[in-house]
Design a protein around this ligand. Sequence first.
Ligand code: ZN
Length: 386
Amino acid sequence: MSSQPALTRLPEPVPDARERAHGRAGPVSLRWGEVRASGAGLAWQQGGRWHARLHLWSGARALRGHWLWRTECDGTRRLHWRPDHGQSWRVRCLPGSTSLRFPAFGEPASRRPPCVLRIALRASPAGLALLRRGLWPLCLPSGAAGQAAGAAHVVAWADLPFACSPVAAFVRLELAGVLAGEPAPRAGSDPWARWTAWAERQASDTRAVQRALEVHDADLLIDLQDFGAAARRAGLAGYAPPIAQPDGVRRYALVDAQAACDQMTLAHELGHLIGAGHAPAHGVASTLDRLAASGRPIGARGLACASARGWQSPRRGVQTVMGGLGADADRVYETLPLWSEPGLTWDGRRTGDVGTRARGARGVADDAAWWAQAAPGYRRVRGHEG
Ligand SMILES: [Zn+2]
């Protein structure tokens, strides 16, 4: 496979410190020879080369799906492709040169610099091993450097929906640090009950949460576990307990490390912490949803949000980040790295338009315009580097 191409053209400006650590995330446009496609993606530099992970859903059929540009540990370049997240990666190549662009948004929704939410990952021994090994087929440096790089990828991928949304882009995520944590109990016959109970105990230990946040000057603490593929299917991939810390803010969630990237689970739980609920038709009327409906401040910065919802298209088998579990929970939806919102397009269509059509059948609302509405009350906590 010596003909494997590099990404020949990539982001031109010298990245700032945040991008050096987390990569550049956002809407992408890929040209490969004569064909083009667009979607969302992440590009980062490692070992002096650009690497990228892309999710393309609009444009030439030959390019649609998930792409991963990477360099093997022996220095050879490999290009991996899979049609959707439920399938395995395969090596693929097309003729011609490649270039990747990160198109700029049009008119920015807000002139304010983004507010950065800093995330501390507290990983179980198995979660730490996953971070070191890399959650995608990546070749990471050994030891602590590899662990930090793996953790940065987890956070960068959860940042993607923010980076892809003109109205949400005033919130960006940043890895604050990695801590060693305890393993959750084994799944047993009822992983949902076991793991939610465990997560609620962790969130209730407010002193421990506070200590973990202070160690890395973080806003949110995420317990990262390795539930294993079978348990992930049978149980849960993530959970944000409705328990607030002493300052009245929910700052804790439990997430499976692999699902954090493959199913956007970390982004989903962060959505809960910030205040978003599920699609209302899906019967997951959680405590969170009731709190949100009552207008109580629940978000990481005390935001209340009664209306931010996920969007699902049963016909197309895709959902936005807050799509959540449906009555057809056995069905695997592909989660787009997008918040549903008016004005955001998917596959050439506005998610608002598609959601409106879906609403009749499934009662699915999509209204993440609250990101923009909430902005004036959103306290800016840190400046944006660069
Ligand atoms: Zn949820």
